[in-house]
Design a binder for this molecule. Sequence first.
Ligand SMILES: *[C@@H]1O[C@H](CO)[C@@H](O)[C@H](O)[C@H]1NC(C)=O
Ligand SMILES: *[C@@H]1O[C@H](CO)[C@@H](O)[C@H](O)[C@H]1NC(C)=O
Ligand SMILES: *[C@@H]1O[C@H](CO)[C@@H](O)[C@H](O)[C@H]1NC(C)=O
Ligand SMILES: *[C@@H]1O[C@H](CO)[C@@H](O)[C@H](O)[C@H]1NC(C)=O
Length: 276
Amino acid sequence: MGGENRLLRLLLLLFSFSQASNGLRDLEIKVPEAVRRGSSVELTCDYDLEGALLYSIKWYKDDQEFFNFVAKEAPPTRVFPVPGVSVDEFQSGNKSVMLRNVQRELTGIYKCEVSGDQPTFHTDVKTAPMLVVDVPQETPRIEIEKNRFKLDEPIRANCSSALSYPAANITWFVNGTQITPRRSWIKEEGAGLETAISEIRIYRPVFTEGKLNLRCVASLFNLYRRIAELVVQQSDQETSPWPPASVRHSDSASAAGRGGSLAAAALLAAIISIIR
Ligand SMILES: *[C@@H]1O[C@H](CO)[C@@H](O)[C@H](O)[C@H]1NC(C)=O
Ligand SMILES: *[C@@H]1O[C@H](CO)[C@@H](O)[C@H](O)[C@H]1NC(C)=O
Ligand SMILES: *[C@@H]1O[C@H](CO)[C@@H](O)[C@H](O)[C@H]1NC(C)=O
Ligand SMILES: *[C@@H]1O[C@H](CO)[C@@H](O)[C@H](O)[C@H]1NC(C)=O
């Protein structure tokens, strides 16, 4: 009986809270999910005080307060020492805080707490994670056991991303179509850096005019994206009769095109890099 009563009171309390919405609404924290080490980053909290005045906004990293803005104080801004955190006080205020030269240790959960002034002193809190990353300095690399393959020979290739933290995402495309790697893994390379390695196997390569395009894309959030590309050559094209008689070859016969000259089969490897 008493339990039911408490529950009812709790519900009424919650209800009255949700009704009394004047004072602070739509609190929204804007923290980039990933930032480059060494860069400056602005963290923002948007809010609607519905006409009330701001009392304070406080910023925390992993529950340690590092900056606050109290409207009635002079000066209104205050910085608290938190290891690794360097606040640009002049570019921080009642909505945002600017962090300079962010280092790895600034990876964490950020929180802003906004309070309206009297009479209600409504307070709300929002949190968001931020990851400080080391982007790769180079393009990914494709490794392949050889450059020419017979039609019925499986193609095996690896792609490894350049050193970064965390390891980049790797995706593979064979002539423009994304394929699922056979396996992928991450290797720790010391100094907190990693590479991602991804291995593909193509059991029945479909060559076009004796060629097949392998493409490996390495990306790190929206901070880095580069491509390695390699053209694999069909090695038995020059010796096979034209048109190919073998039924086994029929799946690629239509695509094989005309061309003994193409079968000269020099490896054409191109690294294309697209830097954002
Ligand atoms: C925040 O500061 C700006 C510039 O000083 C001011 O125009 C704005 O009204 C302030 N907002 C609040 C909620 O205090
Ligand atoms: C891919 O990497 C694995 C593991 O290092 C290795 O065993 C394999 O030979 C590599 N394959 C190619 C084609 O480089
Ligand atoms: C596949 O890629 C190779 C090499 O870039 C190209 O010659 C061939 O035309 C492509 N085939 C198709 C179907 O796009
Ligand atoms: C890798 O890709 C996944 C899925 O698209 C994405 O959620 C994740 O953030 C990416 N990781 C990196 C390091 O870019």
